[in-house]
Design a protein around this ligand. Structure first.
Ligand SMILES: Cc1ncc(COP(=O)(O)O)c(C=O)c1O
Length: 364
């Protein structure tokens, strides 16, 4: 079987460093919010070129806490993309706010800035653009066009190391949120997340909110939750962070090969010249019979995937918002056509050869 994403070769490649990291933590007896988390926060902020990083348990919590850190909740609208992983919407609801979905650009798969601007109401308190599959929304352009009181929180769960005009994704807005779920470009051996910001007040709020709202061991001053990046995961992330750029470069090489060799039935995600993408996953439009194509690939034991089967505005969980099929036609069409091909940084040329043979063997 060729997996769409195989994590084992990556863990094998960095196994010695991962084991060393774990062994460093075990004898300390301090497994939550100690040296490793603090060091990772500093190192990740330095990598990104921003001032503050707050480790949290996962990006879903990170998105919710980022909204809450800026006082966004009940009665507030947050504009976001319908073409994203489920948690982008869930995090907005969890903060007590109302998601407002606007359509995407057909070529980049990114939320449309023009449509964001058209959806702004007096209740809009934040925009949560998603850097989908590592492509990057033009945050400075969005910032310049939006009223100043509206916060921007970048959902960077998929965009570790992606840049726009040389600036790291996640660092251009009020806050950026990263996921370290194992399949992410920087993945832990479990769950993890981080919120990054240049705003010292937001940094302080986030540190309170991730730890019960606790000022000191006897005093809580706000309604926080428990959402911490544990020491073992932080230590593992410290071991893997120095390899992030090389892993992203490997992804770019594999993506370039797909771009050169895929048949014309595929249209690639357009990456603007200003963006260097980390190619989190390789998703293209397929203009033939997608169900027949995926069945053919399954038969040849090549796993494919569909990102995303259902756009967020049509998910049952968001039914009370009142969207109906046809409301956001560009994303709805993309969800009919998108297909993710096998893709991970350690994919060998031989495996890629097999994938390409399987693709070229398909006769509609
Ligand atoms: C775009 C996006 N946002 C948010 C998340 C949530 O990340 P986590 O699983 O760390 O909560 C994910 C993960 O799938 C994601 O892809």
């Amino acid at each position: 079987m060729i997996w769409r994403c195989d994590l084992v070769p990556q863990t094998e490649a960095y196994k010695a460093e991962i084991l060393q990291a774990i062994e460093r933590v075990l004898p300390t007896g301090r497994y939550i919010l100690a040296n490793e988390c603090a060091a990772f926060e500093k190192e990740f902020a330095a990598y990104l070129g921003c001032n503050h990083c707050v480790g949290v348990a996962n990006a879903t919590d990170g998105l919710t806490l980022a909204l809450r850190a800026f006082g966004i909740g009940e009665g507030d609208e947050v504009i976001t993309s319908p073409y994203t992983a489920i948690p982008t919407g869930s995090a907005i609801v969890d903060a007590g706010a109302t998601p407002v979905f606007v359509d995407i650009e057909a070529d980049t798969f990114l939320i449309s800035i023009e449509r964001i601007l058209a959806a702004v109401t007096p209740k809009t308190k934040a925009v949560m653009p998603v850097h989908i599959f590592g492509n990057v929304v033009d945050i400075p352009k969005l910032r310049a066009a939006l009223p100043a009181h509206i916060r921007i929180i970048e959902d960077s769960a998929q965009s570790h190391g992606s840049t726009l005009r040389g600036v790291q994704s996640g660092t251009m807005a009020d806050a950026g949120v990263f996921s370290f779920y194992p399949t992410k470009n920087l993945g832990a051996i479990g769950d993890g997340g981080a919120v990054v910001t240049n705003d010292p007040e937001a940094d302080k709020r986030l540190r309170l909110l991730r730890m019960y709202g606790m000022l000191d061991k006897d005093t809580i001053i706000t309604d926080g939750i428990n959402s911490r990046l544990d020491e073992i995961q932080a230590a593992i992330l410290r071991a893997k962070l120095p390899h992030l750029d090389a892993m992203n470069a490997a992804r770019r090489r594999i993506a370039a090969r797909y771009a050169a060799e895929l048949p014309p039935a595929f249209t690639l995600q357009h990456i603007p010249e200003s963006v260097v993408t980390n190619w989190h996953v390789f998703v293209a439009r397929y203009h033939g019979d997608r169900a027949a194509f995926t069945a053919h690939m399954d038969a040849l034991k090549v796993q494919t995937n569909i990102y995303y089967v259902t756009p967020l505005h049509l998910q049952r969980a968001h039914a009370r918002l009142g969207y109906k099929p046809g409301d956001l036609p560009i994303v709805e069409q993309l969800c009919q056509e998108a297909i993710a091909l096998p893709f991970y940084p350690e994919m060998t040329d031989a495996t890629h050869d097999e994938v390409m043979r399987a693709i070229h063997a398909f006769r509609a």
